[in-house]
Design a protein around this ligand. Structure first.
Ligand code: ADP
Ligand code: ZN
Length: 624
């Protein structure tokens, strides 16, 4: 018989563990505690789980790190049959399945990297009802063979992860996602859940429509990520700024550096390597084998910095990413939020850091304008970019602004640059008038550099070539520095008082809204230039960069970490699949003396206690 998934499915290369569950008999809370080792459900998890167990469709909106996986994993264990998880992230299926196997859950995946024997084994297990969870890529699932295989099996639910991939507005759009509506026709009565960390209302409605969810309940968790510290600094020699950020605050830490172009990724990775850091590039222009190797190194080794385009990262669920740095401006608040959200999934402190300057604004506007897209798309894209510029330029709390974008009200957070060092604002009306009239007098065709030269009264060859030393605006801006003028122009551009000529070379032009400023009927408040380093955070050493451990406990902490590293190598999985930092940290704090005490620790399910309990107790005792 021809099996689904044509040229081959992949199963985890390990044997499935013997079942430790009796689906249908165990209650969800019991599973949470025994299998996953967590005491309580978080936020909306319990409501989602109950709803799906009862057979309802739903849409689950939770930020990255919010705990979406348990929302489908637990119902898959409670309901009869196998939970099917549709995910576009083939590269990560292995790690997800490994983590489940570690917890004693019978999980497998099918993808194109496997031999037919492996594939057949998974299919047999599925039909025999021996799988709790099966991960599939959408294009696999949509093959007629696969749909038939599933029809012959007992299916507990469908979980469509990264559901925002149905949205044509987002950069993660996958055409196959639209076809997933077919599940409704082929498997009536089987509950379907869509899950995503992208929550604007446009995307939300598209998901419900396109997946044809039936009267879905919509669960929305708070999108706040309190452990992430947001910082946006003014661009001024970005390489030097990045290096200082990495050296002062993240030595030896795992992190991601995002750049817009492939060339800049390569350049930046080289620069970091030359500076003695462990950095690797990742972009769609590299050979796929090299990309895979770099991704594996990032996931498995300690302290790798991945320098990447946005091709890297969707669904990266490495929990201990300590920083996400942006050298270029993303397209929208959603992108910024999603990319920065890859930091600190484990709940421990993490940084979202970005350098941002005048050229970023010009570049992003130009990318929209020169794109092939239709006018409606361009309007949406410009609106989205403007919201992000508002976030960059705000003098208020960044988090408040971010959450407001997702429809949540909040208070100043105390953990962003603007809260830590409130920026001063000044009345920039006169400066704005000078800048605008200088742009007008020079013919609205020059970029920021030349305009600033004229304002400062610099007699450059270019100034002389155009005779601009004779203009009335020549030298009227000597009271401000070059950098201050860049800040003025950037803010005027971001606020729409200026536009950049998009066909030519980014020459600055006045807009309709410049008029009231020139006439003196409108004032402009500007912020002083963005602080490059917030006070209140001292440079940190390697060890407390990740978690705070008392000196007296360092021995135990290191012993646990080296045990984990060794175990992970033996099992050929990333360290976090064996145990999260948060779990090790709690072991250090509690110093358990018995298996019972150990099983009280967050993340220690029954399977982990039985597999590793004796080892762990011995390590604790030896360091005591
Ligand atoms: P998401 O898929 O939403 O990004 P995950 O499902 O990967 O998030 O969960 C993020 C982290 O939170 C994981 O380390 C997970 O083990 C942990 N977690 C999830 N739910 C709970 C809970 N109820 N109690 C403790 N930890 C949890
Ligand atoms: Zn704040």
């Amino acid at each position: 018989m021809v099996d689904c998934i044509g040229n081959l499915i992949s199963v985890s290369l390990k044997e499935s563990p013997p079942p430790i569950l009796i689906p249908g008999r165990m209650q969800s809370l019991h599973i949470l505690r025994e299998v996953f080792g967590y005491r309580e459900f978080r936020g909306e998890q319990k409501a989602v789980v109950d709803h799906v167990i009862a057979g309802g469709d739903c849409l689950v909106l939770m930020p990255t790190g919010g705990g979406k996986s348990l929302c489908y994993q637990i119902p898959s264990l409670v309901r009869a049959g196998t939970g099917i998880v549709v995910s576009p992230l083939i590269a990560l299926m292995q790690d997800q399945v490994d983590a489940l196997l570690e917890a004693g859950v019978r999980a497998a995946f099918l993808n194109s990297s496997m031999t037919s024997d492996e594939a057949n084994r998974v299919e047999r297990s599925l039909r025999a009802g021996e799988l709790d969870l099966l991960y599939l890529a959408p294009e696999r699932l949509l093959t007629e063979q696969c749909l038939q295989l599933l029809a012959r099996s007992n299916i507990a639910l469908f979980a469509i992860d990264e559901a925002h991939c149905v949205s044509q507005w987002g950069h993660d759009f996958r055409p196959e996602y639209i076809q997933l509506a077919v599940i409704r026709e082929r498997f009536p009565g089987v509950p379907r859940m869509a899950l995503t960390a992208t929550a604007d209302s446009l995307t939300r409605n598209e998901i419900v429509d396109r997946l044809a969810l039936d009267e879905p309940r919509i669960f929305t968790a708070s999108f706040d990520r309190p452990n992430i510290r947001y910082r946006i600094v003014e661009k001024d020699n970005p390489r030097k700024q990045l290096l200082a950020f990495l050296r002062d605050e993240h030595e030896g830490d795992v992190g991601i550096v995002y750049c817009l172009s492939r060339a800049k990724v390569d350049e930046t990775a080289d620069m970091l390597v030359e500076a003695g850091l462990r950095a690797l590039p990742y972009h769609a222009g590299m050979p796929s084998e090299q990309r895979r190797l770099n991704q594996t190194a990032f996931l498995r080794e300690d302290g790798v910095i991945m320098v990447a385009t946005i091709a890297f990262g969707m669904g990266i669920d490495k929990p201990d990413v300590r920083f996400v740095a942006h050298l270029d401006l993303p397209k929208s608040v959603e992108s910024y939020y999603q990319e920065t959200g890859r930091a600190g999934r484990d709940g421990l402190p993490a940084d979202a850091w970005m350098t941002y300057g005048l050229a970023d604004v010009v570049q992003q506007r130009r990318m929209i304008d020169t794109s092939e897209a239709n006018d409606q798309y361009k309007r949406v894209a410009i609106g989205k970019l403007d919201a992000l510029l508002g976030l960059c330029e705000t003098s208020g709390c960044r988090r408040e602004r971010l959450l407001d974008y997702f429809g949540e009200t909040s208070k100043p957070c105390g953990n962003c640059d603007n809260c830590l060092v409130p920026p001063r604002t000044w009345d920039g009306t006169e400066a704005a008038q000078k800048a605008l009239s200088c742009i007008y007098r020079t013919g609205q065709r020059f970029g920021a550099l030349h305009v600033i030269d004229v304002l400062l009264g610099n007699e450059t060859p270019r100034v002389r070539e155009w005779g601009h030393q004779h203009l009335s605006t020549f030298g009227i801006g000597k009271a401000l520095s070059q950098q201050a003028w860049r800040g003025v122009l950037r803010q005027l551009l971001a606020m729409g008082y200026l536009s950049a000529d998009l066909e030519g070379y980014g020459g600055l032009r006045l807009t309709e809204s410049s008029r009231p400023i020139l006439k003196g009927t409108q004032t402009v408040m500007l912020r002083e230039h963005l602080a490059s380093k917030p006070a209140g955070r001292k440079s940190k050493s390697r060890r407390d960069a990740t978690v705070e451990i008392d000196d007296s406990d360092l021995g135990l902490w290191e012993a646990l970490r080296s045990w984990r590293a060794k175990t992970a190598r033996e099992h050929n999985v990333p360290a976090y699949v064996i145990m999260h930092d948060a779990t090790l940290k709690e072991i250090v704090r509690v110093a358990p003396g018995t298996l019972d005490e150990l099983s009280e620790i967050t993340g220690m399910g029954v399977r982990k206690v039985s597999n590793y309990g004796a080892d762990l107790l011995r390590i604790v005792e030896r360091s005591g």
